[in-house]
Design a protein around this ligand. Structure first.
Ligand code: AQP
Length: 352
């Protein structure tokens, strides 16, 4: 039995291994503490992060991007609870703070400082074209300026650490392309400070929502939470959208358009894939049979994560986040000295 690696590919090869003192490429990614961590986040991004940490050939930094979460309406007390909940989730998934730098974005103030400076080289028109801005802003009474400038902050998150690799789901590839252009524009105007970051996609870069209407999203109510209890998880999976043309069990299914098969490919041992396809296209299994097998695959992976999450101590985790932030701050402070210098900012006398 062979399990497929959660890593699929880096969209284009990166050759900038100069970014870290030890000559290792630097990997950075983040997650918004909005809603609850779902199986799309996990299959599309978090499992890839864990594989990278375990491979230990690159320097890795992962952050809970709370400043991104305030781009849509929110409650401060909820946000605090979610930051802690996400930190527990991520550590339970395998982001071991002993092996990686795990921190909360707003604990490193340089993210928002750099975002303002990068805004000066980011064309207004590019931001208006961002799909996420259009989707999240559409039909809303209040659309914040922060939602519009969200991709500039994301560029700052990445460039601040001179990251060369950014593992993301495919919904974030457009933002990453903007970060690459921002690095180029900045270089053109002020000199080559930032390497161009490359996206790294997982083997499941787009998991669809259980309603079949677009990608699974924390904010759309179409997700299955990773740490949902077993019965609730199964009930949601059982009702999940499959091939729209398969109305009865006797209709042959099309695995290539089915979200359940996409998840099987990412999670179920590869020696079962041919059998799943055969039973689906030959109408031998109903969708519920196929979902039962997928549920077993999820349970195999998630039971140990649930157990680990219950055993984690919130106090220790807060300490680890503090350590992570101070490691991140050191890198950030160095980059900002360089940035202020080439941009002609600051009084020098302040010694920052
Ligand atoms: N459906 C998905 N399939 C695969 N990957 C996904 N990701 C998100 N949804 C899917 C990837 O998960 C990482 C963290 O995402 P995020 O929290 O930073 O923001 P997001 O992409 O906006 O995620 P959501 O769930 O849709 O959150 P809301 O609803 O709050 O906006 C990213 O690498 C993302 O690509």
């Amino acid at each position: 039995m062979s399990h497929k690696s959660p890593l699929a590919h880096t969209l284009s090869p990166f050759d900038d291994a100069r970014a870290t003192p030890r000559g290792r490429a630097r990997v950075l990614s983040g997650i918004q503490p909005t809603g609850e961590l779902h199986i799309g986040n996990w299959l599309g991004a978090v499992r890839t992060w864990v594989a990278q940490i375990e491979a230990d050939v690159e320097d890795t930094l992962f952050c809970i991007v709370d400043a991104h979460a305030i781009t849509v309406p929110y409650e401060p007390a909820d946000l605090q609870a979610r930051i802690e909940g996400f930190a527990l989730d991520l550590v339970a998934c395998g982001l071991d703070p002993e092996k990686t730098t795990l921190f909360v974005q707003s604990d490193v103030r340089e993210h928002t400082e750099l975002a303002w400076y990068l805004a000066s080289v980011t064309p207004y028109g590019d931001l208006g074209r961002m799909t996420q801005f259009k989707e999240k802003g559409e039909g809303k009474d209040f659309v914040s300026t922060a939602l519009f400038t969200y991709p500039v902050l994301m560029s700052a998150d990445i460039l601040l650490y001179k990251a060369t690799v950014v593992p993301v789901g495919d919904d974030q590839v457009q933002h990453l392309e903007l970060a690459r252009e921002t690095a180029r524009r900045f270089a053109h105007r002020f000199g080559p400070v930032f390497p161009e970051p490359q996206p790294r996609l997982s083997s499941a870069p787009r998991i669809m929502g259980i309603d079949g209407d677009g990608k699974m999203s924390k904010s759309k109510g179409n997700a299955i939470s990773l740490f949902e209890d077993k019965d609730a998880f199964w009930n949601k999976l059982r009702g999940a959208f499959t091939d729209p043309q398969r109305l009865k069990k006797s209709d042959p299914g099309r695995p290539e358009v089915c979200n359940i098969y996409t998840m099987h490919k990412a999670l179920t041992p590869s020696d079962k894939h041919a059998e799943i396809r055969d039973n689906c296209t030959g109408a031998k299994w109903g969708c519920v049979d196929c979902k039962k097998l997928l549920f077993e695959s999820f349970e195999r992976e998630l039971v140990p994560l649930r157990t680990k999450r219950e055993a984690l101590s919130a106090g220790k985790l807060r300490e680890a986040l503090g350590d992570g932030a101070s490691k991140a701050r050191k890198i950030a402070a160095e980059t900002m000295r360089e940035v202020r210098d080439v941009m002609g900012l600051g009084s020098r006398a302040a010694g920052l």
